[in-house]
Design a protein around this ligand. Structure first.
Ligand code: NOJ
Length: 580
């Protein structure tokens, strides 16, 4: 019976394999590509990899519709190749965690193929079948029920039609899940990221739902359902036999409900991905976009930091395969057109790194985030591959003009994070020697790994510095968190503290210079500047770009270098103080 905590010191890199790196020239990312890039991943300073699903799948939801839980998708390789990648990752000191998707399978999974045949075969109760549907909505495709003519009943699908929900109340299904866990753990993986795990227990009788957002109708009857903690305890028991970690994905989870998974005697997860901080520019991810509000972001960050401190552990992230690129959302990209690289692309990319990497928790970095990749802008909805973007376009706000609807897709589509990783400025960004399966962002001549490797001031090298700093500071890993000036609309300022050590992390979220107030306890104290996203000296011409009205460049220069009173656009600084 083990309870591990090695994950607290770690940081992870997330691979969405299809767009990571193609190693065999067929235009699709694969395990050959991963193998080749393992040293690169290690060089970032991360200690682990999370693989989004790499199992066989018809790709209705790009891997999150699994048709075989114990194999590798032929597009990506096979089990032998996976083992080779796993062994090499371990040799390099990287842990490997897999995606566990057991709220639903693909409709092409043999269990569903059997289940739909009738009501009296061994798999007939593996899924949720009804003669009459209730009023629940699917998060991805219309109503949550689909009629199956073969079985003569409706099946439940909270996500796409090709993702029927498993019936977790059936003990045989839970045994299958445990077998899947054992299969991968026996192979040597180090844990799981558990997809929409708070949805797996549905309320008895499946009552009709009420919800003001159409897509979430019914959610209160399947989120944190009645038997969830019993089922989670069963899975935890298997995982305890191994030295592994479990991270849950918790859409719409609250601090209160998350703590039930993360702490106390019934602890069933080591960390949970929450979504609150993803709502700082939207309501319910793809449904409704609003202007970015720093205060909303800070409130979400601080809520989770405070609530979990000393009781549980946060999973920190700004990007993953479900959200558009963060510089385009919370950085300088939100001001301009997607056709251009924003003026403060680099500065805001680095600032965003600082804003979350030094919070208490285990950081996750999504492929391409470390080089500052941006959203893509495609010309028609048909060019988008993602089922949920299409649903969004065809289902919501349909009275809006095509232009307006497409604009919403440009801002919100998950496909923006799924474009091929930009490795170099060679053809297809060095992602493949063949024809890429999806559009490469045409800004790859400027934004790519090879160029950033050669630039000491790149976003890539800045991520390395941040991770290095975090890794060597007990205060940044374990210290308590305190936010100052939560009402400030331009600056995010937080402190990490442990014993005599304190770190002050200051991030400007605006594209003009701002005067920064220091908390009283820090005024007139000498701190050591450990990290800044601007070079120490700035050329005069550069300053003209952002000299605030009424300030001469000279004054600005003096105030900046002497007392750091002004923060430059998107400036971020990390100071260390040790108490007298
Ligand atoms: C959450 C995953 O992150 C997302 O990509 C997927 O579409 C849904 N769960 C359904 O599996």
């Amino acid at each position: 019976m083990r309870e591990t905590d090695w994950y607290k010191k770690m940081s992870f890199y997330q691979i969405w394999i299809r767009s990571f790196k193609d190693g065999n020239g067929d235009g699709i990312g694969d395990l050959y590509g991963v193998y080749e890039k393992l040293p690169y991943i290690r060089s970032l300073g991360v200690d682990g990899i999370w693989f989004s699903p790499i199992y066989p799948s018809p790709n209705a939801d790009y891997g999150y519709d699994i048709s075989d839980y114990k194999d590798i998708h032929p597009d990506y390789g096979d089990l032998d190749l996976f083992t080779k990648v796993l062994d090499r990752a371990h040799e390099l000191g990287l842990k490997v965690i897999m995606d566990l998707v057991v709220n639903h399978t693909s409709d092409e999974h043999p269990w569903f193929q059997e289940s739909r045949k009738g009501r009296d075969n061994p798999y007939s109760d593996y899924y949720i079948w009804r003669d009459k549907p209730n009023n629940w909505a699917s998060l991805f495709e219309g109503e949550a029920w689909e009629y199956d003519p073969e079985r003569g009943q409706y099946y439940l699908h909270i996500f796409a039609k090709k993702q029927p929900d498993l019936n977790m109340d059936n003990p045989k299904v839970r045994e299958e899940v445990k077998e899947i866990l054992r299969f991968w753990l026996d192979l040597g993986v180090d844990g799981f990221r558990e997809d929409v795990i708070n949805f797996i227990s549905k309320e008895e009788g499946l009552p009709d739902g009420l919800f003001f957002l159409p897509a979430a109708r019914g959610m209160s009857h399947y989120k944190d359902g009645p038997h969830i903690h019993e089922y989670m305890a069963e899975f935890r028991e298997v995982c305890r036999e191994y030295d592994c970690i479990q991270i849950g994905e918790g859409p719409m989870t609250t601090v209160r409900s998350a703590l039930k998974y993360l702490s106390g005697p019934g602890k069933s997860l080591d960390m949970m991905f929450s979504f609150d901080h993803m709502m700082a520019d939207c309501l319910y991810t793809e449904y409704l976009h609003r202007p970015f509000r720093l205060r909303k972001l800070k409130r979400a960050f601080s809520k989770w930091q405070k609530a979990l401190d000393g009781r549980a552990w946060n999973a920190l992230y700004l990007e993953n395969h479900d959200h558009p690129r963060v510089i385009s959302r919370y950085g300088d990209g939100r001001h301009g057109s997607l056709r251009r690289i924003p003026l403060f692309w680099k500065e805001s990319g680095k600032m965003l790194a600082v804003s979350y990497l030094f919070q208490q928790g285990t950081p996750f970095i999504y492929q391409g985030q470390e080089i500052g990749m941006l959203n893509i802008r495609l010309n028609s909805i048909e060019q988008y591959a993602d089922v949920s973007s299409r649903n969004n376009y065809y289902r919501y706000h349909v009275k809006d003009s095509i232009k307006k609807r497409l604009k919403r897709i440009h801002i919100s589509s998950r496909d923006s994070s799924r474009t091929p990783v930009q490795w170099s400025d060679e053809r297809h960004a060095g992602f493949t020697e063949g024809e890429p399966w999806f559009y490469v962002n045409n800004n790859y001549h400027t934004i790519n790994v090879a160029d950033e490797e050669n630039d000491p001031g790149s976003i890539l090298n800045f991520y390395r510095k941040c991770l290095e700093l975090r890794k060597h500071s007990r205060t940044l890993i374990y210290g308590s968190y305190r936010e100052y000036f939560p009402k400030d609309k331009r600056i995010y300022l937080y402190e990490r503290r442990l014993g005599k050590m304190r770190y002050l992390i200051i991030c400007s979220f605006v594209r003009r210079p701002v005067r920064v107030r220091l908390p009283e306890a820090y005024q007139n104290r000498r701190g050591r500047l450990l990290l800044c996203n601007y070079p120490k000296t700035v050329k005069k011409e550069e300053l003209n770009l952002y000299a605030p009205e009424g300030d001469s460049v000279k004054e600005l220069l003096v105030s900046k270098i002497a007392d750091h009173g002004y923060f430059r656009p998107y400036e971020a600084r990390v100071y260390a103080f040790s108490s007298k």
